[in-house]
Design a protein around this ligand. Structure first.
Ligand code: PLP
Length: 400
């Protein structure tokens, strides 16, 4: 007898399943383009030099392991918000309510739980189609209804901007609109500055609430200010926004689970009330957030020399990714591919949306040992100078 005989087997996450298949493959030249984590040119995980130095400083300061308060490490919260929003009246007037979170995922979870508990309108969130698969899981588990707005046009391999505006315009007034702040996952297509302004206008006109997911600040262009353009534009135009920040990619702190959730308020008093409620939510979910990564991020951002080094590190990562995009397109041309692959070089961030269909993607894995998600998304970080030619050859062979 068991209480759990009725528990059905759950579907495994498609992205994590790919890593498992990759591990089981013994072919020597196998390539993993499935997982969204940075790799250096030898295919190894990379500890940022700025982070390595911060770790030394922390080690030498002999700090203890006491609990953090539920809202997190104060120096981290302050500098993380400053990094995202830039110096602005909302910061100086204490109109940003923030709590440290379990990376980007945890920030989204806290934000959506906050919406579910306190948002005074219907709890419907619109996510781009396509989007990071976990957005829908998080929203549903937080009790929100999930709908989609058009985002990508497979024919032009660009933003489906006309339909994007139409869908946001037609969404019931006061909907929540989830926006990728930069490096849209999985398409690698971001709005231009003019398009951000138009998106802002329709969201404002319809009295929607924008929820920014910023998982790649600085990782996309190499410049954290440029990557925050859309977010800062909304804030400058007096919109109340929600923001989920992750420090997984831009600091290479994936497993340390460091993030920040924040929301713009109307007054310092409203900030205090919002933080008090976010603490109640966090207290019941995980009690208090992790300390180590918060210390690392805070040390890097608050030590001028390390801050400078971090900017170099961002350029190292984003630069290598841009180089690999160009290299892949060049190699495909060299192989004589008759398709146009230029979109791979033009997209931005960790991923390229190749346009390979599920059959071609499946063949790439089973015949060529190159692993990716079935939607044709590849992690450019998995490419390097040693495997890019092999991958180009493989892509060419499945698309002939
Ligand atoms: N949002 C997007 C768009 C992502 O791609 C990711 C990671 O892949 C996340 C959020 C959250 O990642 P984490 O919880 O590791 O910070």
């Amino acid at each position: 007898f068991s209480f759990w005989t009725n528990v059905p087997k759950g579907l495994s996450d498609p992205i994590l399943g790919i890593s498992e298949a990759f591990r089981k493959d013994h072919y020597q030249r196998k390539v993993n383009l499935g997982i969204g984590a940075y790799r250096d040119d030898d295919g190894n995980p990379w500890t940022l030099p700025s982070v390595a130095k911060a770790k030394e400083i922390i080690l030498n300061s002999n700090l203890d392991h006491e609990y953090l308060p539920t809202e997190g490490l104060n120096t981290f919260r302050k500098t993380a918000a400053l990094l995202a929003y830039g110096q602005c009246p909302e910061i100086s007037e204490n109109r940003i309510a923030s709590v440290q979170s379990l990376s980007g995922t945890g920030a989204l979870r806290l934000g959506m739980a906050f919406i579910n508990r306190f948002y005074p309108h219907h709890k419907v969130i619109y996510v781009p189609k396509p989007t990071w698969t976990n957005h829908k899981n998080i929203a549903r588990d937080s009790g929100l209804e999930v709908r989609e707005y058009s985002y990508y046009d497979p024919d032009t391999k660009g933003l489906d901007f006309y339909n994007l505006l139409r869908d946001i315009n037609e969404a019931p007034r006061n909907s929540i609109i989830l926006l990728h702040a930069c490096a849209h996952n999985p398409t690698g297509q971001d709005p231009t500055q003019e398009q951000w302004a138009e998106i802002h206008d329709v969201i404002t006109r319809r009295q929607h609430l924008a929820f920014f997911d910023m998982a790649y600040q600085g990782f996309a262009s190499g410049n954290p200010d440029d990557d925050a353009y859309g977010l800062r534009y909304f804030v400058k135009e007096q919109n109340s926004v929600l923001l989920a920040q992750s420090f997984a990619k831009n600091f290479g702190l994936y497993a340390e689970r460091i993030g920040l959730f924040s929301v713009i308020t109307d007054s310092s008093a409203e900030t205090d009330r919002a933080v008090s409620q976010l603490k109640i939510l966090g207290r019941a979910m995980y009690s208090n957030p992790p300390l180590y990564g918060a210390r690392i991020v805070s040390t890097v951002l608050n030590t001028p020399e390390l801050y400078k080094q971090w900017h170099k590190d961002l350029l190292t990562m984003s630069g290598r990714i841009k180089d690999m995009r160009v290299a892949l397109v060049e190699k495909l041309k060299e192989k004589g591919s008759r398709h146009n692959w230029n979109h791979i070089a033009n997209q931005i961030g960790m991923f390229a949306y190749t346009g390979l269909n599920p059959d071609q993607s499946h063949n790439l894995m089973t015949k060529n040992h190159v692993y990716l998600t079935l939607d044709g998304r590849i992690s450019i970080a998995g490419l390097n100078t040693k495997n890019v030619e092999y991958v180009a050859e493989a892509i060419d062979s499945v698309t002939r």
